[in-house]
Design a protein around this ligand. Structure first.
Ligand code: ADP
Ligand code: ASP
Ligand code: MG
Length: 412
């Protein structure tokens, strides 16, 4: 039997009634002759609630217990989905990650899937079961502990199962009807894309578009999984939604495919460090060991053998950065005057594979921001994206102005 993977996000399984609607959709695919693997998220808001309980209980929590707790939301939905399908006379059962098993690394709350053993599910399909319901977002480490895959990780579970079972397609059912030129919650003129390349989707996701977890796009690209984003609230035809695919499959596209943003960024500047070989290595080694995910980096002009080093990181890691730099100074591997944190910045990015062959995108982006009186604090570029840090209060304005200026509401 051909296999189909269907993933339902939190809002799509928020209540027993919504689970019933999702299950009906699964039933339609079963009636077409598919063996279906359903990946479920926790009910909307559940994961946040569980995280809140962890923080309330322990400030410096044990990451293994965090994962044991936070993964539980998906277990509930998986059981409810299997029960609902059974009520509809569709042969189904649920699996938690460890039961499959979904083997992962031991990096708690950011684990990576290493292997999915297909035997137990395959045997059940051979036995006449029609739907395997899998709790998304979770796995088991070599040490036998429950792990989670990072926020939005059920997308990655879905793509990994699609790859492991050679699924015909991986459909991501969510609360929007596809991938848009930017988050439709911020720009009402955002346009749904029929297709987007893996490369562009990867950049958009990693730059803040949370419609797909970055790692899921990476896996889809590597294993050539046909990945589709569709609405769970509207009736769907087979070509609805957005297909994430090879760029060769896209006939026409705009130079800029989309605008992404990330709200909770911080800009940090280490003032007056020695300007000599090895210092940058020492700073960023210490930050990495301190659990700080550094994104942009700028080294300022040196004067009299001293320089300033600026980087950006998620705002909730600012305190870790302070600790890491104090420790490095204490160890004598760096010395500096002060560490300044600007916790009120956001990152705005424009993304498009057309930038490989078109010049002038950066100039236009900077002009648009300056026309709105928005100051740019840090800039980084790659072959297919340009990102800037700006004051967070201008984030929405910047997204809308860029969306307008690059005419993203119109197809090329
Ligand atoms: P789920 O719970 O189904 O996993 P998410 O909340 O993780 O859903 O992702 C869907 C949300 O992603 C949408 O509601 C939308 O606000 C947001 N989003 C951000 N950028 C985009 C984009 N470019 N296209 C579509 N949705 C986007
Ligand atoms: N429930 C998890 C989260 O909220 C995983 C997911 O929904 O993809 O991050
Ligand atoms: Mg999600």
């Amino acid at each position: 039997m051909p296999v189909l993977v269907m993933k339902f996000g939190g809002t799509s399984v928020a209540t027993p009634d919504r689970i019933r609607r999702a299950a009906k959709r699964v039933g339609v695919e079963v009636s077409k002759g598919y063996d279906v693997i359903v990946i479920v998220s926790a009910m909307a808001g559940k994961t946040n609630e569980l995280i809140g309980w962890v923080s309330e209980t322990s400030a410096m929590y044990d990451a293994r217990e965090y994962d044991a707790i936070v993964s539980s939301g998906e277990n509930v939905t998986a059981g409810l989905m299997a029960l609902t399908l059974q009520e509809m006379d569709v042969p189904a059962r649920s699996w938690q990650g460890w039961q499959v098993p979904v083997k992962t690394t031991s990096t708690h709350s950011a684990a990576r899937i290493e292997e999915i053993l297909t035997d137990s599910i395959g045997a059940k399909f051979a036995d006449g079961m029609k739907v395997a319901v899998i709790a998304g977002f979770q796995g088991i480490s070599a040490e036998g502990r429950i792990t989670t895959l990072g926020r939005g990780g059920s997308d990655t579970t879905a793509v990994a199962f699609a790859a492991a079972f050679g699924a015909e397609r991986c459909d991501i059912y969510t609360d929007v009807d596809g991938v848009y030129t930017t988050d439709p919650r911020v720009e009402s003129k955002a346009r749904k894309l029929d297709k987007i390349s893996y490369e562009e989707m990867l950049e958009l996701a990693s730059l803040g578009a949370k419609v797909l977890q970055t790692r899921s796009v990476e896996l889809a690209m590597r294993y050539k999984v046909k990945l589709r984003v569709v609405s769970s609230f509207e009736e769907q035809s087979d070509d609805a939604g957005t297909l994430v695919c090879d760029e060769e499959e896209i006939m026409e596209s705009n130079v800029v495919a989309g605008v992404a943003f990330s709200r909770d960024e911080a800009k940090m500047t280490l003032v007056s460090v020695a300007d000599r070989p090895g210092i940058a290595a020492n700073i960023f080694t210490a930050l990495s060991e301190g659990g700080v995910n550094v994104d942009m980096i700028v080294q300022n002009i040196a004067e009299e053998g001293r320089t300033d080093m600026t980087w950006s990181c998620p705002v909730d890691q600012v305190k870790h950065a302070h600790v890491a730099m104090k420790r490095a100074a204490g160890d004598g591997v760096i010395n500096y005057k002060e560490l300044i944190a600007d916790e009120g910045v956001a990152k705005i990015s424009v993304v498009g594979i057309g930038m490989r062959s078109h010049t002038g995108v950066a100039a236009k982006m900077f002009r648009v921001l300056s026309d709105e009186g928005i100051n740019i604090k840090v800039i980084t570029t790659s072959e297919i994206k340009i990102s800037v840090l700006i004051d967070r209060k201008y984030m929405e304005l910047a997204v809308q102005a860029l969306h307008d200026a690059f005419e993203l509401d119109k197809a090329s």
